[in-house]
Design a protein around this ligand. Structure first.
Ligand SMILES: NC(=O)C1=CN([C@@H]2O[C@H](COP(=O)(O)OP(=O)(O)OC[C@H]3O[C@@H](n4cnc5c(N)ncnc54)[C@H](OP(=O)(O)O)[C@@H]3O)[C@@H](O)[C@H]2O)C=CC1
Ligand SMILES: O=C(CO)[C@H](O)[C@H](O)COP(=O)(O)O
Length: 467
């Protein structure tokens, strides 16, 4: 990522870029492979600092955690007040809040900036989510705008908010990425097992879907992956890849943070757990002979089933994004960030992994109603979900009857039914809590907080609210 980002910066008019890597041979390789970039190499942090114009700006692209702290500490030693250190890695936002505070005390500015787009995006134009101070943004804004992707004529970068806001938003971006990928994978699995189509044939279906409302980078690359044939076996590559999905942590952080904030990001959680489940081969091996449905899964009307899956995918995807934006809103409230949700949807329209046509619709929804409480309720999304109602339910039923795991599809539908429910069985949960722990409850018909004397005469008394 770092080398491609440096090449992107160097390719912009008037820029000279200094580069440093702890292993100098990697710096040398980059110099040899890209003389056109005109990089100024450095062997030490001091040499790196000396080669920069003041006020200096450095972008760190290293592994999150200890490595990031190590690089920041080294830069702080050689930088001066007024300089800017940008962490472009996938840092955990509480770390960014801590680092921003600590570095600020030295007079140096620290900016945590989420960067998405993979290796290719880093080179040609990523989506960038910087946090940090307003002062840093004045210097950094023009630099980041010059290297960001352009969508609808606008650079895919905005000053998200102070301190850790940028990394918070990047974290949720990745959580949505997990959900989107899992939903696509479930769609593929259902079509393959329901219709017997080959990966290459399903690739064509995804390519076709990519021409419509599902148009997105992830659908596009899914078609590419499914088309790929393994050179050594002649099999579809997807059939020779071990079915154990990895994860570097951003999905889990999104879910952990959502749990702390009390935001139901069930689609993202199921996608994260689906990766975990896949990565327990020993448990999967001993469970393989557990019973499943008696009947073979087969679809009668192939075309109709594929269209049902498409609509279910779209509706579930809307749920995942709606949940992700809820988490951003809740995070902004908790940490005092003034995050413009419409601006976030705009900077995700290009450059990043979740770039998709329908982010324009999200931008429209927030432009119309900036404080929209539930994205799903925007007219465009309500219409899409209305169209998907019967197909979405048919797909979830088919998956359950066939014994095909579709956790993201089904949890999205359950979330939808939960959020639209007139009344939820949460009332019974409150009753249970009050029974065993005197946790109290509220009533629908009068204000106040109440407790039933369950182990006494079962009369109701007024009580202090204990939540
Ligand atoms: N790959 C992707 O698609 C994306 C990655 N990111 C984030 O960008 C960051 C970099 O990722 P990526 O380029 O893929 O990772 P790489 O593994 O390719 O590069 C990691 C870099 O970190 C350096 N490094 C590791 N440990 C230390 C240390 N202790 N001190 C100093 N430098 C260290 C490595 O140096 P050396 O070469 O000497 O080992 C290398 O330059 C990560 O935070 C990642 O999460 C963000 C968006 C997309
Ligand atoms: O940030 C990214 C894209 O936006 C990285 O590609 C990230 O590594 C993806 O997460 P994971 O490795 O957990 O799938």
């Amino acid at each position: 990522m770092g080398s491609n980002l440096a090449r992107n910066l160097a390719s912009r008019e008037g820029n000279t870029v200094a580069i440093f890597n702890r292993s100098y041979e990697k710096t040398q390789t980059l110099l040899d492979e890209h003389p056109e970039a005109g990089f100024v190499p450095a062997r030490t942090y001091q040499e790196f600092a000396n080669s920069l114009q003041k006020p200096r700006t450095a972008i760190i692209m290293v592994k999150a955690g200890g490595p990031t702290d190590a690089v920041i500490d080294s830069l702080v030693e050689v930088f001066e007040p007024g300089d800017i250190i940008v962490d472009g890695g996938n840092a955990y936002f509480p770390d960014t809040i801590r680092r921003e505070k600590a570095v600020r005390e030295t007079g140096i500015n620290f900016v945590g900036a989420g960067i998405s787009g993979g290796e290719e995006g880093a080179l040609t134009g990523p989506s960038i989510m910087p946090g940090g101070s307003d002062e840093s943004w004045i210097t950094l804004g023009p630099i980041l705008k010059s290297i960001a992707a352009i969508a609808e004529g606008e650079p895919c970068v905005t000053h998200v908010g102070h301190d850790g806001a940028g990394h918070f938003v990047k974290m949720v971006h990745n959580g949505i990425e997990y959900a989107d990928m899992q939903l696509i994978a479930e769609a593929y699995d259902l079509i393959r097992r329901g219709t017997g189509k080959s990966p290459a044939e399903i690739a064509e279906i995804f390519a076709e879907w990519n021409k419509g409302e599902l148009e997105s980078y992830l659908i596009e690359i899914t078609a590419e992956v499914l088309r790929q044939v393994d050179a050594s076996t002649g099999q579809p590559l997807v059939d020779v890849i071990l079915d154990q999905a990895g994860a570097k942590g951003t999905g889990a952080w999104t879910v952990q943070t959502a749990l702390s904030l009390g935001v139901p990001v069930s689609g993202i959680a199921e996608a994260t757990f689906a990766r975990s489940l896949s990565s327990h081969p020993e448990q999967r091996a001993v469970s393989r002979d557990l019973p499943g449905p008696e009947e073979e899964f087969s679809v009668e009307d192939t075309e109709a089933f594929i269209e049902d899956v498409r609509l279910a995918l779209y509706a579930s995807k809307i749920v995942a994004y709606s949940q992700g934006f809820d988490e951003i809103r809740a995070g902004a409230a908790e940490y005092g960030w003034n995050i413009d949700l419409g601006a976030i949807s705009k900077i995700w329209r290009g450059g990043c992994i979740i770039r998709a046509q329908f982010l324009n619709r999200i931008a429209d929804a927030y432009a119309e109603t900036p404080d929209l409480p539930v994205l799903l309720t925007a007219p465009y999304f309500t219409e899409a979900i209305t169209r998907a109602q019967a197909p979405w339910r048919r797909v979830v039923i088919a998956a359950a009857e066939a014994g095909i795991p579709a956790p993201a599809f089904s949890s999205s539908l359950s979330y939808y039914d939960g959020i639209r429910a007139d009344r939820l069985p949460a009332a019974l949960v409150q009753g249970q809590r009050d029974f065993f722990g005197a946790h109290t409850y509220k009533r629908v018909d009068k204000p106040g907080t109440f407790h039933t004397l369950w182990s006494g005469d079962r009369t109701e008394i007024e009580a202090e609210d204990t939540h």
